[in-house]
Ligand binder design. Structure first.
Ligand SMILES: Cc1cc2nc3c(=O)[nH]c(=O)nc-3n(C[C@H](O)[C@H](O)[C@H](O)COP(=O)(O)OP(=O)(O)OC[C@H]3O[C@@H](n4cnc5c(N)ncnc54)[C@H](O)[C@@H]3O)c2cc1C
Length: 232
């Protein structure tokens, strides 16, 4: 006996993983990242064939590649950026836009582990990174909505607030004088919720528009080439 034929009309294909979710979520939420949806795509890529020679070739046109290219170009070095997909459309075009100072880990615990000197050096490196983003945006006239909007660490339990108080006290001694302790009674003004037991505000932290951050720097300093690994 040969193989049984599927009855006509029973041509169901195997489900693609995540497909159901995709179909149901598109009805209620937008899947296109906000940054990519609210700024024009990069369209100034070089059309001509790749040059036979350049001083530096950079693979990848995200934050890392573009800022490296800018640094080279500022020194008059001939730099080519090779991007397989779309410039600033991978992680750099779909992140939170937070440009934070401070550590993600609790500073008091970090200082206990590494010593105050090392922990402070680490903390200052983040300060300096945020300052660098701000100065590049200013010097290159990049209209990316860079704003010192602040970052807040929230205490969901009373003992978390005690830890934030301790961190605030250590930071205030010359490490970061721009942190502010927010007591429980005032937290509602910051986060529109009264559920938290207070918070620590880092006023030097910033936010920016991820995709617009690339627009001017890339056109000024370099030739961006699509390298055809993943043609659109
Ligand atoms: C959901 C999310 C939220 C985030 N939120 C934040 C945040 O709020 N704040 C923050 O500071 N960081 C955040 N990050 C991290 C931040 O976005 C990344 O650290 C940063 O964008 C990395 O930049 P990149 O240039 O190294 O990589 P990417 O932006 O991913 O760029 C790499 C590029 O290289 C290209 N490429 C790869 N291989 C090749 C190849 N062989 N040839 C040619 N091109 C190639 C890719 O197409 C891509 O365009 C977030 C990340 C994600 C995913």
């Amino acid at each position: 006996m040969g193989p049984r034929k599927k009855p006509e009309g029973d041509r169901r294909r195997a489900p693609v993983p995540g497909e159901d979710l995709q179909n149901s979520t598109t009805e209620v939420m937008k899947l296109q990242p906000y940054w990519l949806d609210s700024a024009p795509a990069f369209a100034a890529g070089a059309e001509e064939p790749l040059p036979a020679k350049c001083d530096v070739a950079i693979v990848g046109g995200g934050f890392t590649g573009l800022s490296a290219a800018l640094a080279f170009a500022r020194q008059g070095i001939d730099v080519v950026v090779l991007e397989a997909g779309s410039v600033a459309a991978a992680a750099s075009g779909r992140n939170g836009g937070h440009c934070n100072n401070g550590l993600a880990h609790d500073f008091t615990a970090t200082a206990a582990r590494l010593g105050l000197e090392k922990a402070s050096a680490l903390y200052r490196a983040y300060d300096s990174a945020v300052d660098t983003v701000e100065s590049v945006a200013r010097e290159e006239s990049i209209d990316c909505d860079f704003r010192r909007s602040g970052k807040i660490q929230l205490a969901s339990k009373p003992r978390h607030f005690e830890r934030l108080q301790k961190t605030h006290e250590i930071l205030s001694h010359g490490i970061d004088t721009q942190t502010r302790l927010i007591p429980r009674a005032e937290i509602g003004r910051e986060v529109k919720s009264t559920s938290f037991h207070g918070g620590l505000l880092y006023e030097r932290s910033a936010s920016l528009h991820g995709r617009r951050a690339h627009r001017r720097s890339r056109s000024r300093c370099m030739r961006a080439h699509r390298c055809g690994l993943q043609p659109r």
